[in-house]
Structures are given as C-alpha cells and as structure tokens.
Ligand binder design. Structure first.
Ligand code: ADP
Ligand code: 5SP
Length: 499
C-alpha cells in the first residue's frame, strides 16, 4: 500500500493524518500547544512549540505504523494563515510568531492605507488592510522593536517554518502568500509597489512556489527523530482554509464550505480573480492551481467555545459540556452571545468590539450559556453566508469541517440557521485531508486535485433544515444583528480598563 501524510498546523494543535491510496484515514494524531495572550488584543505562539509537537506527532504516528517507512511517498502541509515568523540570516527565529487573531496593528493598517492608497491596495491584493494580515505585523515590529527588525533577513508563515525545519528548504506558496498583503494576487508575484511604499526589502520575501510543488525531502536528522524515510517527498502545501477547501471538494463554482476551527470561516470557490466584493470578504489564491476563493471570517468561533469551557468548565470535555444543549430550546431561553472575544473581522472589521451575553436570567444554567455560545458563533457565520447570498451566490448546500463539526446538535443548528443542507464528510479534518491530497497529487497518483477529491472524499451524513426551527432562528438572528451596534460604543468606553 502507498500512503501520504497531511500535517495541519492549526491554532489549537497540529493534526497529522496518515492517508492511504484509497483516501482512508488510517491514523490520526493531534498534539496541542499554547496560545500566548500577554495583553488584550495580543496573540502569539512560539514556533519551536510547533516544531516540537509536529516531530512528536510524526514520531507517534510512525511508532504505530505497521508498514515500511518508504511506503509513505509524500507529505504536505496546511497551516494557520497570516502568522508572522521573523528569521535572521541563519534562519533562526527572532521573536514569537504574531498570529492571525492578534489585533494590535490598527495604526499600521491606517499607515498602509495612507502610503499605498485604499483603492490601490484592493487592486493589487484584492483585500483591505486588516489587523490579522501579515504586513501590518511586520510594520508593528519595525516600529516597536527596531533592534529585532534590524536582524530580519526574511519572513515566513507558520507552516513554512515547520516545513523548513523538516527539509532545510525555505519557501512560501501562493495561497498563504495571498494573506500577507504583499502579494499581487492576480499576477502571483510579490508587489514591488507595496514593498517600496512601506520600506520592506524584496529580499525579505521568500521564493514563491505552487502548493503541489515538491520542495525537498525529509532531512537525515528528522528521519532519525521521527522514523520517516528520508526519501519521503515534501510538497509545499497551502493555507489552512485553502487546504480545507481541497479536503472538502470545494474545487468548482457553486461550492461552499463552513469551517469551525479556532476561527470560523464561510468559503466559496472562485474560478477567476475578477469578481468584486469590494473587500467585504477576503479574496485569496486557492491552493488548487489557477483558482481563487472568497471567505468571511469569524475571529473567535471554536475559540469562543474553548474560552467558555476553559473559564467555566475546565475539567470536562467538549462532549460533556455540550451533552445537554439539545435539551435547551432555540434561543437558549432568551440568551444571546456575540463571539467578539478578540474583536471581529466579518462583517464588522473592528478590533475594539468585545463579546456580550445579552438577556441573562436567574433561571439560566451552564447548558443555556453553552447553547447561546454555539448559536452566537453560528449567527456570526451566517452574516458571511448572507454577504455571499447578497452578491448573487446560491447557497443550498454547505460542506462543514473543523472541530465544531464533531457535534451533532451544532450541525443541525447550522442547517437551521444557514437554511442550507449541511454535509458532514467522513473526516472533519478538511485541512489535513487537503494537505494529504496535495501530496497525493504531487506524487502523481492523480491527474488533478478534482480526480483526487472524487476518489478520496466520502459523505457521512446530511443535516437538512427543519422549517419550524428556521422560522424561530430568523427572528433571533435579527436580534443578534442588533447587538453589535448597541454594544460598540460601550466597548470603546471600556477600552481604557483593558489590560
Ligand atoms: N467535541 C467537540 N464538539 C464541538 N466542538 C469541538 C469539539 N472538540 C473541539 N471542538 C472545537 O473545535 C475547535 C478546534 O477545531 P480545529 O478545527 O481543530 O481548530 P484549529 O485548526 O484552529 O486548531 C476548538 O476550539 C473547539 O471549540
Ligand atoms: O485568519 C484566518 C483566515 O484569514 C484563520 O482562519 C486562520 O487561518 C486560522 O485558522 P484556524 O486555526 O481557525 O483553522
């Protein structure tokens, strides 16, 4: 038998899938690492934690693998997007990575608009300046940590760094480069204009490759530590949402995906770069050759749920926490949650807004709060679904992936709130599967990613909207939408009290 490995470097954990030639997941290993939140709005991780946990995960997987290491022909990556990893001239890491959900860079976003121009930025990158993207983080380090900035030789994104440590080769690929705000998305080149306007040297931008490009093999040292063969080919991989799209078969027009990982994403396939969403949703290069995708992002989807669990129910599992949410009626007995616990991106680009529980009542128990959290996250995602519908997209079927797809009540809730059939695949690990598929395609097992998707992806269950629930949620969604405007000013006033 032949195998490939997909490594998904998520925000909560690295998830590693061993996938056989038929597309069956024969082993799955997950290793978590901490999120470092030193101050409100800050979010960092130590790149060494990613490397250590990836090695540990690969070693565990190989220990349980009964075949020969050489049967694993290829390995590829999916990675949390936008995170800034700064390297010196020996490719040593200069500081903790600043992540996609870090919102300290509002001033730098303004600077980008002033120097490049809002319209011009949208023309080149197809995206607005958002705090989470990489370029404002580079500018923040330049201004706030000049000594570190003086040492910078190059910058990469999270999975690029881990791939470098496995192969000794340093690259970035287009789907992740698109999220830096330094790429000319249509031309697929680093933008000289943006680099020059903001004083970033072109040499700091790493070489660009396609997602299915073979970039090297496992080094001897890593082969020894993990048990992998040093002949295993390593392919560049893609941004986690691009890989999630591949791993969910979002490879042609009309296909939509919802992901509930740490972030939440509603993603739609685009055959060209020519649509105009006026920057309301992100517009990036797909990891499938020549294609694109658009997406709306909820900054704290699974993160809201894990925050709630860690704060109020630390000692129980997600399954225990959610065991009785199905007994609570729609609307959580008059309780609404907005998931803005680190600010928001879609539809409200706002780093100051924070979350709320509205309608707390003396009768509410933990199960009401837990259900309200699920409902609030799903309402937030529905705002992205609405933007797509307003731009003419027909959305009657959505593939669902990510940690949140493990819960049946949540999946039915998605069907009722999105008013669409929700398709759960056999594996909810879309990004890891997408990475494995890039390796399978790169190894030449299939003529196209679409052929690979047809062979690998299997539907498990479909959740259809229940008309009575749909009606109830329509009213609640309107109330939810009102909360942002009513809490915006209050949150601005609270700013001075935040650490
Ligand atoms: N059994 C479960 N039921 C519902 N949600 C879950 C469950 N297990 C994990 N989650 C949610 O999934 C999130 C992690 O999803 P994942 O796709 O692995 O994220 P990431 O790729 O960002 O690391 C957690 O933050 C948590 O909220
Ligand atoms: O910032 C974005 C997309 O623009 C996030 O979606 C990150 O890519 C992190 O993904 P997860 O860890 O939640 O999968």
């Amino acid at each position: 038998m032949k195998y490939v490995i997909g490594v998904d470097l998520g925000t909560s954990a690295v998830k590693i899938l061993l996938v056989d030639q038929h597309g069956d997941v024969v082993q799955e290993v997950s290793k978590s690492y901490p999120l470092l939140q030193e101050r409100a709005g800050y979010s960092e991780q130590n790149p060494q934690d990613w490397v250590d946990q990836t090695m540990a995960g690969l070693a565990e997987l190989m220990k349980n693998f009964t075949g020969q290491p050489e049967e694993i022909e290829g390995l590829s990556f999916s990675g949390q997007m936008h995170g800034l990893v700064l390297l010196d001239d020996r490719n040593e890491v200069l500081r903790n990575a600043i992540l996609w959900n870090d919102t300290r860079t509002t001033e730098e976003c303004q600077e980008i608009y002033e120097r490049v121009g809002k319209e011009r930025l949208l023309e080149i990158t197809k995206n607005p300046a958002l705090e989470g993207f990489t370029l404002p983080k580079i500018l923040w380090v330049k201004k706030q940590e000049p000594d570190i900035f003086a040492e910078v030789n190059t910058f990469v994104l999270p999975k690029d760094y881990v791939r470098y440590r496995l192969t000794g080769e340093l690259h970035m690929e287009y789907s992740d480069a698109a999220g830096t705000l330094l790429l000319d998305v249509a031309e697929k080149t680093w933008s000289n204009e943006i680099c020059e306007s903001l004083g970033i040297t072109r040499e700091a931008c790493p070489p660009l490759v396609e997602s299915h490009a073979e970039v090297g093999t496992i080094t001897e040292e890593i082969a020894e530590i993990t048990g992998l063969s040093k002949r295993t080919k390593v392919f560049a991989g893609g941004a986690d949402n691009a890989c999630g799209a591949i791993g969910s078969g979002i490879l042609e027009d009309g296909k939509t995906l919802v992901s509930t990982g740490t972030s939440g994403v509603v993603l739609s396939y685009e055959a060209s770069d020519e649509k105009d969403f006026a920057g309301k949703v992100h517009y990036f290069n797909h990891a499938a050759p020549g294609a694109f995708y658009t997406m709306g992002v909820t900054l704290s989807a699974g993160h809201s749920l894990s925050w709630f669990k860690d704060t109020f129910a630390e000692d129980i599992s997600f399954d225990e926490l959610l065991a009785d949410v199905g007994d609570v009626s729609i609307g959580s007995n008059g309780l609404i949650f907005t998931p803005y616990i680190v600010g928001e991106r879609t539809p409200h680009v706002d780093s100051t807004i924070r979350g709320s529980f509205i309608g707390m009542d003396g009768t509410h128990k933990k199960k009401h709060f837990a259900r309200a959290v699920l409902e609030g996250i799903t309402f937030s995602l529905n705002e992205s679904v609405e933007i797509f519908r307003q731009h003419g997209k027909e959305i009657d079927k959505i593939v669902t992936i990510g940690g949140g797809a493990k819960n049946e009540t949540w999946l039915q809730m998605q069907a009722d709130i999105f008013q669409a059939n929700i398709i759960k695949l056999k594996s909810e690990q879309g990004p890891g599967m997408g990475a494995a598929m890039l390796a399978a395609y790169g190894c030449g097992w299939f003529g196209s990613l679409k052929d690979c998707a047809d062979a690998f992806l299997k539907e498990d269950k479909v959740y259809t909207p229940i008309p009575e629930n749909v009606e109830k949620y329509k009213g609640l969604f309107k109330i939810y939408q009102g909360v942002y405007g009513k809490t915006k000013e209050l949150n601005e006033q609270l700013m001075e009290y935040r650490n």
